[in-house]
Write a protein that binds this ligand. Structure first.
Ligand SMILES: [Zn+2]
Length: 113
């Protein structure tokens, strides 16, 4: 499913939106101010961004929009960034758990029960 990036013409908020069908774009409004004057910035941006790019661009102190947390590929970025800054090796077990968490968020919880 394509993820598109938009900028709101009213409040200049930039946000990413996953579109299931083309028709969905018509009813799209800015999540912050409800504005309908949206400009598509880059199409399918999320497909071309590798994890290391995401990690590099990730700023732990920046305010995050709800959509950040809805994007499962962002799970664990915070922990990874901090570990990297502190020089901590999280180990392969962490990576494996992260992969699981990203592909099937329920599975990790089930394992721990
Ligand atoms: Zn707006």
């Amino acid at each position: 499913m394509p993820i598109y990036e938009y900028e709101c013409g009213q409040c200049q908020l930039q946000f990413q939106q996953l579109l299931v069908s083309r028709g969905e774009e018509k009813g799209l409004v800015c999540p912050k101010c409800g504005g309908e004057d949206l400009k598509r910035l880059i199409s399918r941006v999320a497909y071309h961004v590798s994890e290391s790019d995401r990690l590099g661009a990730y700023d732990p102190s920046a305010p995050k929009h709800d959509s950040f947390y809805r994007d499962t590929r962002n799970i664990g970025l915070d922990a990874k960034k901090r570990a990297k800054q502190m020089g901590v090796d999280l180990g392969s077990g962490f990576e494996a758990n992260l992969d699981k968490l990203r592909t099937d968020p329920g599975s990790v919880l089930k394992d721990k029960e």
